[in-house]
Design a protein around this ligand. Sequence first.
Ligand SMILES: [Zn+2]
Length: 346
Amino acid sequence: MAELFEIKSVDRKVYQESLQDFLPAEIIDAHTHVWKAEHQRLRDDAFSRVVSWPSRVAKDNSVEDLVEGYRLLFPGKSVTPLMFASVYDADTIHEMNGYVSECAARTRYPALIYAHPTWTGKELEKRMRDGKFLGAKVYLNLSAAYIPEKEIRVFDFLPPHQLDALNRGGCVVMLHIPRDGRLRDPVNLAQMLEIEKNWPRVRVIIAHVGRAYCDEDVGDAFQRLSVTRNMVFDFSANTNDRVFEGALRAFGPERCLFGSDMPITRMRMSRICEGGRYINVVPRGLYGDVSADRNMRESDPPESDRTTFFMYEEILAIRKAVERIGLRKADVEAIFQKNAKRFLKL
Ligand SMILES: [Zn+2]
């Protein structure tokens, strides 16, 4: 049977020379998506508010594929994922959550419900309880359709009444912040600080270090957020070692979590920034026609032959940041395992 994806000698070399000894034997991946293609009905406008390139990497990601991906990418390691769905169409949300809940029951991996902002607090509580979810994953594409993409604010898809419910239960919430300004955006920063102040029992994970993929995305965010004590930051789908360094210095290694955003980190790519915009450079033809996507570019040999996985690029960047700061092995273990274990109460 064909492998889920190909491991080349360039990948083995990166893993063996730079990652294997750096990583602890047990890893917790705080950010993964699992869903089945049969549950995902994509409408024409499915990607109108979000980038479309991730859909080129995997049509779905069953829990079996997730586990197999870890086996291929991290030989000799044991990886526990925090799982949630990937919902583009609100009509599919119950099937998607049902599948995640079933996977969690089968594997005993922790999971989050994909919450719709129109649910009442009571509905959210009941659904989390019934599905045995640790908390919720919220996403900007479920905000009311009349709100223009650029104007979406955190409270449009993580409404105060749901924060009340999450706060009562001391639940986890995975927050991918909106807006073009990303982490430096003043509206995002104000609402992040508001959540920290008004709902102190909610365990907030800010995904992808607040989508600060390029240096320009940070602004004065680390300074402004340095007063926070609760929220933690996951490093998923980010390869910027300077951003990781900033987060590690501002919040300490105990508030930084490894996460991957699987399955997109199965992608073979290296990321560059140009004029404050991130660009994924991929081997020519590997992901179809990407000419219309401003976040994608293609490369040719010999450069393309050296391209390894997004996952490895992310961890190499974490390693760079860790070494520049001079963190200890115990801190690395915290980032890749202990912090998530404590934060998720596993
Ligand atoms: Zn994600």
